[in-house]
Design a protein around this ligand. Sequence first.
Ligand code: 5GP
Ligand code: ZN
Length: 139
Amino acid sequence: MPCIFCEIAAGRAPASIVYEDNMALAFMDINPINPGHVLVMPRRHFETLSDMDETTGMHVFQIAMRVEQALRNVEEIRCEGTNLLMTNGAVAGQTEFHAHLHILPRFQGDNVRFRFAQAARPERHVLDQLADAIELAMQ
Ligand code: 5GP
Ligand code: ZN
């Protein structure tokens, strides 16, 4: 089955495009969580964030910042705040396996709820150990 987001990027599948250039596209989510829900994605197929090169990732985020700013100035969209969300992997809720960043307008009294079950607060030495391990993995 072809990737629907690749089809959109190629202009072979319909989409309501907000912005496009040679590296990225922003378009309306077909099934919005709130009105004005936009997706920003690289034109090239990368499955998740960690498959993407940094130049592409930075560009996607730059477009997301511009869209986020614009949403606040569109009269028809109630945008009093936003959430930026990226799902990477099925376990994180990814359903379209072409990396994309959600920009979600939020307003007082909307029906969006994020629930995070929090683990018990770890001791400092546990946090320090994890910080060191992640720092090492970043090198
Ligand atoms: P995910 O759960 O993978 O982060 O989100 C996928 C998003 O893509 C969903 O919010 C869904 O509504 C949206 N979506 C799925 N198929 C299409 C499509 O064909 N066109 C557009 N514009 N959005 C889509
Ligand atoms: Zn794709």
